[in-house]
Design a protein around this ligand. Structure first.
Ligand code: GTP
Ligand code: MG
Length: 426
């Protein structure tokens, strides 16, 4: 009767989820995630704190928490809420909690309520000039071969990516931008075949969130464990998607039990791992998965400056018979423009042409945008950092400086080996 979900309250009083979690931390209130419920007296305390801060509290009616929270909350949506991200006078509030590596918390609820999460595109604009704009989450799809990663992505994008691949096996990392009903999400597909360990590791490193896809008829397999280890090593929050639940032989419970063996305890077993049953074939559960991605992204509070210095990473590089060297670059901060000079390792190039992931020609790309760039003379290595240079001269200087640094390190190594050999009298 007197409980309310954290994100519902956040939405009602017009503050962002991460701010609400900060306040709860300051109060020492225990919670598992933004979908956890809090007591009425805590709600009153929060409202007092916000009132002291000068936040205009709108609505905030304590409501029943029924298994299916109503999506429609007229007048309390993010657009009507006051933008109150600024918090210069936050009293006695601790920093937001670090999510445990590789895990995302959530309360034991098999399906998240539809459409109650704040939509990324509709966030109130940051009021403080020091606050950077939000950016879309970069989500890496990982898991064992044939567990349905590409099919899942394919369903989300409503394209036929899996069908177009030679032999149906993903051989490289592909980045795709999806405009979902819950906001923009950037997905990176990775191959599940055992030969592609490095690609999986790189995929995990550029991700904000990792989706571990596990087929319900196969459960945990070697590359599932490997993918989990990569996500944990990269300290990326993880969501498990149990796929192929449409199959007669699907056994999602076995997958959950097997996960507990790895110390990853699903929320319904009392842990804090979010596990979403889905079918890439029927589409079941995929809306819930997207909802959890957006909720996780909100907690991570992902921001980047489109006007800042450009930084990116190579997702993949290849030679196209007609076009020449093509590199997929993920813009991480700043803006990439046609004509910019880019440096990757000891290689540089000029952006002669740029396309988005749907093949459309574009002139500039902001944070969390994967773009295909034409203009490198050699194929850049995936996973490498990309920086921009003012002009060709500056690009060449960066390359030369890096080459000379590398030679210095190599020479130092040779010298120390020689000294060691002298000392050993050989
Ligand atoms: P790799 O990229 O090679 O690691 O595979 P993948 O994980 O991307 O798997 P992919 O999407 O290529 O799917 C493998 C096979 O499983 C295909 O035959 C799909 O049609 C099938 N499949 C994928 N998802 C589902 C599902 O939800 N239900 C059923 N019944 N089949 C599925
Ligand atoms: Mg695939």
């Amino acid at each position: 009767m007197s409980k309310i979900r954290i994100y519902t309250l956040a939405k009602e009083v017009g503050v962002e989820n991460h701010r609400m979690l900060e306040i709860l931390d300051g109060l020492g209130v225990q919670y598992k995630s933004v979908s956890s419920t809090i007591e009425e007296d805590t709600v009153e305390l929060i409202k007092q704190i916000l009132a002291e801060e000068g936040t205009q509290v709108t609505g905030g009616q304590v409501e029943d928490v029924s298994p299916t929270v109503d999506a429609a909350e007229p007048g309390t949506g993010p657009t009507s809420a006051p933008a109150t991200a600024a918090q210069p006078t936050a009293p006695a509030v601790t920093a937001p909690p670090e999510p445990a590596p590789g895990q995302m918390s959530s309360e034991g609820r098999p399906t998240p309520p539809a459409a109650t999460a704040t939509q990324v595109e509709e966030r109130p604009a940051a009021t403080a000039t020091t606050e950077l704009p939000h950016r879309a989450p970069v989500v890496t799809i990982m898991g064992h071969v044939d567990h349905g990663k590409t099919s899942l992505l394919d369903y989300i994008r409503k394209t036929k990516v899996a069908a177009k691949e030679a032999g149906g096996i993903t051989q490289h990392v592909g980045a795709f931008e999806a405009q979902t009903s819950k906001g923009r999400i950037v997905f990176i597909d990775t191959p599940g075949h055992e030969a592609f360990t490095t690609i999986r590791a790189r995929g995990a490193n550029v991700a904000d969130i990792a989706i571990i896809v596990i087929a319900a008829d196969d459960s945990l397999m070697p590359q599932t464990r490997e993918a989990i280890a990569h996500a944990q090593a990269a300290k990326v929050p993880m969501i498990v998607a149990i796929n192929k639940i449409d199959l007669a032989q699907a056994d999602p419970d076995r997958v959950k039990t097997d996960l507990t063996q790895l110390n990853l305890v699903p929320e319904e077993y009392g842990g804090d791992l979010v596990v979403v049953p889905v079918s890439a074939r029927s589409g079941e559960g995929i809306e819930d998965l997207l909802e959890y991605i957006i909720l996780t992204a909100e907690i991570e509070d992902l921001r980047a400056d489109p006007k800042g210095e450009f930084a990116g990473v190579i997702i993949e590089g290849k030679v196209d018979k007609q076009a020449g060297v093509l590199a997929t670059v993920m813009v991480q901060q700043g803006t990439l423009n046609l004509g910019d000079f880019l440096v990757v390792g000891e290689k540089y190039g000029k952006v002669k042409a740029m396309t988005d992931t749907n093949g459309g020609r574009i002139k500039s790309a902001g944070p969390s945008t994967p773009v295909q760039v034409l203009g490198f003379s050699e194929v850049p290595d995936s996973g490498e950092k990309v920086v921009a240079a003012k002009n060709e001269h500056a690009a060449r200087e960066i390359v030369q400086a890096r080459a000379s640094d590398r030679r210095d390190v190599e020479n130092a190594r040779v010298r120390s080996r020689l000294t060691l050999e002298e000392m050993m009298g050989s």
